[in-house]
Design a protein around this ligand. Structure first.
Ligand SMILES: Nc1ncnc2c1ncn2[C@@H]1O[C@H](COP(=O)(O)OP(=O)(O)OP(=O)(O)O)[C@@H](O)[C@H]1O
Ligand SMILES: [Mg+2]
Length: 502
C-alpha cells in the first residue's frame, strides 16, 4: 500500500436480488484527506460505505488498512475496532434515550458504570462542537439538526483513523454546516481520512480534496478537486454532457386558462405562533411562486402558516375569493392544499410496504378530500411517477426500505404530486436528490402548473427558484421584505433584497 494511505478497497462487488449495487469498485483514502464520494441516487455510495463498515458482506474484493494489512470486517463493531467511525445516512439514534446515552451506549467499551462522568464527558464534547443540547436531555426533544449533530458527535469523538459521513448535512443549516466543516478540517489536520457523501456541489468544492465518482454501481474515476470543474463532475455523474441545466425555463410555458388571473389562495395579515410577522400572500391559478431568504428567515414558517401546521393567531384566508378557516392541516387538505414538509427523513415512509403502496398511501387515506381516482388509474399513476421522477427500483413491488435514500425521497414527493391538489406547497423538495433528477422535478413542477396546479416552492438553492418561479416573496428576519418578478428575478436582485440594499 502506498506510503500515505489509510484505506484501500479493491475490486469490490455487491449484489442484491435483481440489483448489481457495486461492480468492481476501487476506492482509496489518504491520511489527512477529505474525499467526496459522488454519484446519482442509487449509484452505490451508501452500499460501498456499508460494505466498508461491515453492515453488508461484500461478494468479492479486498479491504486493506494502514498498519493492519488486509482485513475482514464482519460487523460495525469490527469496523470501530479498526478505527472506522460512521455517521450513516439514516439517523440511527434512540429518540427515547438522553443525548449522552446516545453518544456513549453501544460503543463497545462495555457497560457504562459512571453516569455522572458520562454526562460530563458528553457536555464537554457538546460544548466543543457548539451543539445546543444538554447531555441529560431526551434526544427526541432536540431538533432534527441537533440530532444529526449528536450522531456526528457520537462518531467523531472516538480516536478514529477513518471517518465516514453519509449525507450528514442534509438537515443542517448553514452555520451548522460551517461548524461541521471546521470540525472536519481539525480532524484532517490530525491525519484522519474522511469520506464525505453529499449532493451539495458547493460543499464538495468548499471542503474536499478529492472526488471519487460512481455511476450505476461502477467506478467512473478518481479526481483531484482542482482537476474537475463542476460541469465535468455533473457530466461524470450523469454519464452525459449537460449543457442545458440552466435552460429549463420556457419549456413548461404558462397556464393559459380563462381563470388564469383567479387567486386560488389569498392571505391577509396571516400570523402564526411561530414568530413570523403578519404577512400578505396570494397565488394565482397555474402559478409557481416561492419564498426565498436565508435559512431561519421564516420561509418555512410562512408556508406552515398557510397550511395551518402552526397555530394561527391572526389574519384571514380566502380560497377562490371566499373566506375560509384553515386552523389545521386537515382543513388545508379539505381545501385542496397539500404540503411536502422540509423535514421528512424517515417521515411517512413505511419500510415494509412496496414502492407502489407507499406512493398511493396518501391518496387512499384522503380519497374524498381530493378528486378521487380509480384503482387502475392509481396503478397507472404509480408507474408514471416511477418513470417521471426516475425512481430507481427493481420494480413497483419492491419494499421501499431497499431503495437508496434519495429514491425514498422521490417516492414521498410522488405521493404528493399524485394527489393532484389544487395548491401544492413544496419545502425543499429536491434535497438529497441528485442533480439530474432535480432538473426532472423542476420540469415536472412547471408541467403541473401549466395544467393549472398552483405551486409554492422553497429551496435553499436560488438558481432552482429562479428556474421554476415566476414570482418570489423575499424574507428577512421573519418578515416579508419584498417581492420580485419579471426582470427583477435575478440572483443579484434576490441577494440585495435579502440584504436590504437599495
Ligand atoms: N438492502 C438492500 N436490498 C436491496 N437493494 C438494495 C439494498 N440497499 C441498496 N440497494 C440497492 O442498491 C443500489 C445502490 O443503493 P445505494 O443506497 O448504495 O445508493 P446511493 O448511491 O447511496 O444513493 P442515494 O444518493 O440515493 O443515497 C440501489 O439500486 C438500491 O436500491
Ligand atoms: Mg445513500
Amino acid at each position: 500500500m502506498e506510503e500515505n494511505r489509510v484505506l484501500e478497497m479493491r475490486g469490490i462487488y455487491k449484489s442484491f436480488p435483481g440489483v448489481k449495487a457495486l461492480q468492481n469498485v476501487d476506492f482509496s483514502l489518504n491520511k489527512g484527506e477529505i474525499h467526496a464520494l459522488m454519484g446519482e441516487n442509487g449509484a452505490g455510495k451508501s452500499t460501498l460505505i456499508k460494505v466498508l463498515t461491515g453492515v453488508y458482506t461484500k461478494d468479492k474484493g479486498t479491504i486493506t488498512l494502514d498498519g493492519q494489512g488486509e482485513v475482514a470486517i464482519h460487523s460495525p463493531q469490527d469496523a470501530q475496532k479498526y478505527g472506522i467511525s460512521t455517521v450513516y445516512q439514516e439517523i440511527t439514534l434512540c429518540p427515547n434515550l438522553t443525548v449522552a446515552e446516545n453518544m456513549f451506549i453501544g460503543r463497545g467499551e462495555g457497560k457504562i458504570t459512571n453516569w455522572k462522568k458520562m454526562n460530563e464527558d458528553a457536555d464537554k464534547i457538546l460544548q466543543s462542537l457548539e451543539i445546543p443540547a444538554r447531555a441529560n436531555q431526551q434526544l427526541s426533544n432536540c431538533s432534527i439538526a441537533v440530532q444529526q449533530m449528536v450522531a456526528i458527535a457520537r462518531a467523531v469523538d472516538m480516536d478514529c483513523k477513518v471517518l465516514i459521513l453519509d449525507e450528514p448535512t442534509s438537515s443542517l443549516d448553514e452555520q451548522e454546516v460551517e461548524k461541521l466543516f471546521g470540525f472536519m478540517r481539525d480532524l484532517k489536520a490530525r491525519g484522519v481520512g474522511i469520506i464525505f457523501v453529499t449532493h451539495f456541489l458547493d460543499q464538495v468544492y468548499e471542503v474536499c480534496d478529492k472526488i471519487t465518482v460512481l455511476r450505476d454501481g461502477k467506478l467512473v474515476g478518481e479526481y483531484e478537486i482542482k482537476d474537475l470543474p463542476r460541469v465535468q463532475l455533473v457530466a461524470k455523474m450523469l454519464g452525459k454532457e449537460m449543457d442545458d441545466l440552466s435552460d429549463i425555463k420556457g419549456e413548461g410555458g404558462a397556464y393559459e386558462g380563462a381563470d388564469a388571473d383567479e387567486r386560488v389562495f389569498e392571505a391577509s395579515g396571516l400570523q402564526s405562533n411561530a414568530g413570523i410577522k403578519p404577512f400578505d400572500f396570494h397565488i394565482k391559478k397555474g402559478e409557481v411562486n416561492g419564498f426565498t431568504g436565508l435559512l431561519g428567515s421564516g420561509r418555512s414558517e410562512c408556508v406552515r402558516a398557510i397550511y395551518g401546521a402552526d397555530r394561527i393567531i391572526g389574519g384571514t384566508v380566502k380560497m377562490h375569493g371566499k373566506e375560509v378557516k384553515i386552523s389545521n392541516p386537515l382543513d388545508a387538505m379539505k381545501n385542496g392544499i397539500a404540503y411536502l414538509p422540509e423535514n421528512r427523513r424517515g417521515d411517512g415512509i413505511i419500510g415494509d410496504l412496496s414502492v407502489k403502496e407507499n406512493i398511493i398511501l396518501a391518496l387512499q387515506v384522503l380519497t374524498g378530500f381530493f378528486k378521487p381516482f380509480s384503482k387502475a388509474q392509481v396503478n397507472a399513476f404509480a408507474d408514471e411517477y416511477i418513470k417521471k421522477l426516475n425512481i430507481k427500483t427493481a420494480s413497483a413491488e419492491t419494499p421501499i426500505k431497499q431503495l437508496s435514500g434519495g429514491n425514498q425521497q422521490k417516492v414521498i414527493l410522488a405521493r404528493w404530486l399524485l394527489m393532484h391538489p389544487e395548491y401544492l406547497i413544496l419545502d425543499e423538495p429536491t434535497r438529497g436528490i441528485d442533480v439530474g433528477t432535480k432538473v426532472d422535478i423542476q420540469k415536472l413542477v412547471l408541467e403541473l402548473a401549466k395544467d393549472g396546479m398552483s405551486v409554492t416552492f422553497i429551496s435553499s438553492e436560488t438558481d432552482e427558484m429562479l428556474r421554476t418561479c415566476s414570482r418570489l416573496v423575499v424574507m428577512r428576519d421573519r418578515k416579508v421584505v419584498g417581492e420580485l418578478s419579471g426582470e427583477d428575478l435575478t440572483q443579484n436582485k434576490i441577494m440585495s433584497t435579502i440584504a436590504g440594499d437599495k
